[in-house]
Design a protein around this ligand. Structure first.
Ligand code: SER
Ligand code: ZN
Length: 510
């Protein structure tokens, strides 16, 4: 890697005789510390260099060349600080502004990208032999200070890699499988529910209206999860907001990949009725929503609808130090739906844009979470074996926090501690247990310190804190159950019926 930066320092006033001499001497004789600080001992040959410098009236231009270790933009900022203090004390001259006039990055390539690559802030990318040459211009101080360049370099290599992956999908590896269970039905639950009139599709895309019997089933699932899994383990209920501002997803990393699936939210530009008068009048006359006119009166999006429930739960602990006697902190939210734009991929009530989940979140010491995960898995197994009596399996998959941040693969670990376990059920209407695609109906993850760090959540004894969560999909629990047990409640397991209580009747339509 070779980085070449033309940095320009704009001074608060013109620099004269002595000042010019001082800076010239400083640049040629006294910058060694700045250039070598942080450089690994065995990489001294790759130390950054000042190739040229020029002082003209109220500007100093310095051309800096570097390799990988101490990068040219860091040197530019170090120089700004040292030159500032040099000139300030003696000559009362300050640095008003530092600009990266041109920054040329030569990056070695193992593989030559097949297609052109585009990266924000990068004006031009060309390939010369085994190098990619990225050219950036007019970079401000924030850009130079805040690691933007390093992230651009990583992003470039990521994009090159991505061109060679082909269809490398998400990771999947079987962990365990329940006993085989002969299903009572092989019919598709959604079609059956529609035929009974218990369900109605819409009104919007990927949404359902659940009439009383199916609503009762979803609530039964909720009670089972709370009574059989969460309460026995000590989880307590919280109510998390369902509108999520971008600031939260900036911290969780959802904004590096979940964008195409987010439902964005824009508040009105004004609450003033006069601003809306035209839209209101248009409706009164035409009885139509004038979407164009509404759009003109909307603010920029402030965020989106809940994508997963855990991000706002971490936010609730943002910057907090938790008393050590509290660990593990065990909370859950079941207060509202989550939304994902599943364009094209919708299917029955199991793959929808608006879905209900219970999400437990846990924060504690690593060993506490490892133990908790085991206990949760035991409780879940009890529910699926003894209450639902269904056939299910678990798999080690790409962790949700990687998938939702646009990554594939798994954590680089052999112990299989940090990551996501998916729970899947056999849906007989899709085909045989061996060949059909099973339904992912819930997951359980240990996240490690990713979110506790991102939200600066601390233990009062300053111990390492991890977190984790589990997404219990109520529609998917329901489909997993109905797909194997059918819709006739006479055939349902005794333990399930205990939770069901009285089954509401459906309104008759003619
Ligand atoms: N946050 C996890 C997920 O989105 C569990 O809900 O899958
Ligand atoms: Zn989560």
């Amino acid at each position: 890697m070779k980085l070449l930066l033309d940095a320009e320092y704009l001074l608060s006033k013109e620099l004269t005789g002595d000042g010019v001499q001082k800076i010239k001497k400083y640049i040629s004789d006294e910058t060694k510390d700045i250039l070598y600080k942080g450089l690994p001992k065995d990489k001294l040959s790759e130390a950054p260099k000042i190739l040229e410098s020029n002082i003209s009236r109220d500007a100093i231009s310095i051309k800096i060349e570097s390799g990988t270790y101490v990068r040219a933009h860091s040197v530019a900022i170090r120089l700004k600080n040292s030159i500032s203090s040099l000139l300030g004390k003696e000559f009362k001259v300050g640095i008003k502004k530092v600009t990266g006039k041109t920054y040329t990055l030569s990056l070695e390539l193992d593989k030559i990208p097949k297609d052109p690559i585009k990266i924000p802030f990068v004006e031009n990318i060309s390939i010369e032999g085994n190098n990619a040459i990225l050219v950036l211009t007019n970079l401000d101080e924030e850009f130079l200070t805040k690691n933007y360049v390093d992230r651009i370099i990583n992003l470039f290599y990521e994009k090159v890699e991505a061109q060679f992956w082909g269809g490398k999908g998400e990771h999947w590896e079987l962990i365990s499988k329940s006993e085989n269970k002969e299903p009572i039905t092989t019919k598709d639950p959604t079609s059956e529910l529609l035929a009974l009139g218990w369900l109605k599709q819409g009104p919007s895309q990927g949404q359902w209206f659940y009439h009383a019997p199916i609503a009762a089933l979803l609530r039964t699932m909720e009670r089972i999860a709370v009574e059989e899994v969460l309460k026995p383990l000590g989880f307590i209920e919280v109510i998390a907001p369902k509108m999520v501002p971008f600031e939260i997803w900036e911290k969780t990393g959802h904004l590096s990949g979940s964008e195409p699936e987010i439902y964005y939210i824009s508040p009105p530009i004004s609450r003033d009725i006069s601003v809306w008068e035209e839209v209101i009048d248009l409706y009164k006359i035409t009885k139509k929503a004038y979407v164009e006119k509404i759009r003109e009166r909307m603010r920029d999006p402030i965020g989106g609808m809940t994508y997963a429930q855990c991000p706002p739960m971490y936010w609730a602990f943002d910057g907090k130090t938790i008393d050590d006697s509290e660990f593990p902190v065990l909370i859950y939210d079941k207060s509202g739906p989550s939304y994902r734009w599943e364009a094209g991929g919708r299917q029955g009530i199991e793959r929808v844009n608006e879905f209900w989940r219970i999400e437990p979140v846990f924060i504690g010491y690593p060993e506490q979470l490892i133990e908790l995960k085991e206990k949760m898995m035991e409780r879940y197994a009890y529910v699926f074996n003894k209450i639902f009596e269904i056939e299910w399996r678990t798999a080690w998959v790409t962790p949700f926090y990687m998938a939702q941040a646009g990554q594939t693969g798994i954590e680089k670990e052999t112990e299989r501690i940090k990551g996501t376990v998916d729970y899947e059920s056999w849906i007989p209407s899709r085909g045989s247990r061996e060949e059909s695609e099973w339904l992912e109906f819930q997951n359980l993850s240990i996240v490690g310190d990713k979110y506790t760090k991102a939200f600066s959540i601390k233990s009062s004894k300053n111990k390492e804190l991890w977190s984790g969560c589990s997404g219990i999909g109520l529609q998917r629990w329901t489909v997993s159950f109905l797909a194997q047990k059918g819709l006739d409640s006479d055939n349902w397991p005794k333990e399930f019926k205990k939770y069901l209580g009285e089954f509401p009747r459906q309104i008759k339509f003619v």
